[in-house]
Design a binder for this molecule. Structure first.
Ligand code: PHE
Length: 454
């Protein structure tokens, strides 16, 4: 049933797309607050090690499957292990990114709402408590929050339905450079605020006494989330990369950009937090509560400047969220087009409807549906917990086991080294193979168990 596939236009288009998937709310929203809650610089060092030793091999495993088969998650499993239970991994990784997309779109919608506010009335609250309650009211109001969720998801649908090249590739090629410029501008502003040096110190001076086993598991989990691992997005995007491109170059490029962006975002946010005299461990409310408060207060000498920075900041979040959300959207669309024979437009509509409904339930769980609990959690938190703590790690484990233990070493080596033509085909491949077979699986199991029991 497979049709002729569109491919990304070249190496830079492919890296922009992969980095677009990786760089998202995970870098601007999750990473800084986790750094704030879990030991500053010490967390960052552990995070770097996790990215290189654990997440890069998992990334490469997923990419090898997609690149080799040039098919979406389900088709890839059917090609490499026809008629086996591995097809369930193909299906699981169609469903899990769509669950993430549903609640991700709700947060993307909040960012659109805050962008609108930064453009119109700005932020004026006199104390942190009132900014927090404004945020609470916003996410609980069904009308506004649902409207923003709809807007965000419609934007994703419009990009994805335009196709791999004219939609996804074009959007990423424009957005990725823009995102880097914006985050650097915000960082420079933040570093110039009086009192910001305490934030810099916090990010560069490690305090290893704050690191606990669950902190290490959190760093590993964060690197999974940030690199979009275990849910088929990397696999699907890699299937659109020309067969002559080298997967290791793609992996290093994506991990490098993702890390760089997370670090710059840390240096954009923490110095401002310290300059405003706020505790760094604010948690998930950091960008929607703490930062608007900072924007309202830091502008004493030049209010127009902080108003402009507020707009730039929310533009950055909205674009970063879009580039990630379209990668999750595409996984479902690729499945419906390739396996079910739907046209791209129909497939887009179907995915839009499904994720809109689940997203609406997640959104309403902050308001009218706040009493509905699944395993003691709200619908939003349940979807987040199910995917970040369970489905992503489980999918990642199965991908790693598949490539490391089920696929033929020769095939993997051939794919890794571009048919033996790559310069680094000896010891680098052996290191990858070792990490993939012996280090990644137990490490993922440890994260998994820590998430459940600690
Ligand atoms: N990596 C994205 C982020 O950092 C989130 C994501 C998860 C994207 C899973 C795709 C798949 O925000």
């Amino acid at each position: 049933m497979e049709r002729r596939r569109e491919l990304f236009g070249g190496r830079s288009a492919a890296i922009f797309a992969l980095a677009g998937s990786a760089i998202g709310l995970g870098n601007i929203w999750r990473f800084p607050y986790m750094v704030g809650q879990t030991g500053g610089a010490a967390f960052i060092i552990i995070y770097l090690v996790c990215c290189l030793l654990l997440s890069l091999p998992i990334f490469l495993a997923e990419a090898i499957i997609g690149h080799r088969t040039q098919a979406g998650t389900f088709g890839a499993m059917e090609q490499l292990a026809p008629g086996t239970k591995w097809k369930w991994l193909g299906l699981l990784t169609v469903v899990s990114p769509l669950i993430i997309l549903s609640y991700y779109s709700v947060v993307g919608g909040w960012s659109i709402g805050y962008l609108w506010q930064s453009l119109t009335s700005g932020f004026h609250a006199s104390e942190l408590g009132s900014v927090s309650s404004a945020f609470g009211n916003f996410i609980a109001s069904p009308g506004r929050a649902l409207f923003c969720h709809t807007l965000f998801l419609s934007g994703c649908a419009a990009i994805v339905s335009a196709g791999v090249k004219s939609g996804i590739e074009r959007f990423n090629k424009f957005s990725m450079p823009l995102l880097f410029v914006l985050i650097v501008v915000i960082m420079v502003y933040s570093l110039m605020l009086p009192g910001s040096s305490a934030g810099v110190e916090y990010l560069v001076k490690p305090d290893f006494s704050k690191i606990t086993p669950s902190g290490v598991a959190a760093a590993m989990g964060q690197s999974f989330f940030s690199l979009s691992l275990g849910v088929g997005t990397i696999l699907t995007y890699s299937s659109y990369i020309h067969s002559k491109e080298n997967i290791l170059v793609m992996g290093l490029g994506t991990v490098g950009f993702d890390l760089l962006f997370a670090l710059i975002a840390g240096f954009a946010i923490m110095p401002a937090v310290f300059a405003a005299g706020i505790e760094p461990g604010a948690g998930p409310g950091l960008i929607f509560e703490t930062l608007p408060y900072i924007f309202a207060h830091m502008g004493a000498s030049a209010p127009w400047l902080s108003a402009v920075v507020a707009v730039l900041f929310f533009v950055t979040i909205v674009f970063a969220a879009f580039t990630s959300a379209i990668s999750m959207f595409e996984v479902g669309v690729a499945y419906l087009v390739e396996q079910r024979g739907l046209t791209r437009h129909r497939a887009t509509l179907l995915i839009f409807l499904g994720t809109w409904i689940l997203g609406a339930l997640c959104s309403l769980s902050f308001g009218p549906l706040s009493d509905v609990k699944l395993f003691g959690l709200s619908i939003f938190s349940f979807c987040d917990m199910l995917t970040s703590n369970f489905l992503m790690t489980f999918g990642g484990l199965l991908f790693v086991l598949f490539v490391g233990w089920k696929m033929d070493r020769k095939v993997v080596r051939d794919e890794f080294t571009c048919g033996g033509t790559a310069r680094f085909n000896g010891v680098v491949f052996d290191a990858f193979w070792f990490l993939l077979r012996y280090i990644a699986p137990p490490a993922i199991v440890i994260i998994f168990l820590t998430n459940f029991f600690v």
